[in-house]
Design a protein around this ligand. Sequence first.
Ligand code: AKG
Ligand code: FE2
Length: 211
Amino acid sequence: MTIKEQPMMNVRRNKIITTDKEIAIVGRIEEPLILILENVLSHAECDTLIDLATTRMQRAKIGKAHEVSDIRTSSSMFFEESENESIHRIETRISELMNIPLAHAEPLQILHYKAGEQYQPHYDYFKSGQVVNNRISTLVMYLNDVEEGGETYFPSLHFAVTPKKGSAVYFEYFYTDDHLNGLTLHGGNPIVAGEKWVATQWMRRQIYRYE
Ligand SMILES: O=C(O)CCC(=O)C(=O)O
Ligand SMILES: [Fe+2]
């Protein structure tokens, strides 16, 4: 018999209660732990994030050299750490939800995909060489409903999540068994119709920001 590894989140309940919101767990995979969450952001918060990000978007750059790449064809931006009241409130809720201190949080990222744009399968953690303070978990929050396409998909698990405004997908890759981490390979399917906005929060193993 194999023993299940201990996940970082307490997932016995069907909801997660944070200081200002009750978040429903509406779907899950146990190992690696993947949770589908509803009511992470209110519709008003989704609209605020899109509004704040709109004028600050750039073609997404990935990797160490920050090169423009066909792996990700969307546009992106990062908020400053707790740059205003709404960002701070959202970051605090996310940190409670992910069960990781805010000091371990990367800046909140916004991605915008137009029709035809996509994010090919990738790992969110860094694999090359000795990574000191690697990423350990991800929360992808959907800021709008996509007319068609744009699912977040996990090819190794044959599993896809349909974007829904205010909902999110959570996954973690902090397992000792690296095979489990590898199963979190994921991408964003091409947008067939409409557009897609997401906010991504990555958490680090150790302190990453100073508050
Ligand atoms: O857009 C998506 O569905 C996935 C986004 C993603 O993988 C990321 O931001 O790391
Ligand atoms: Fe990702």
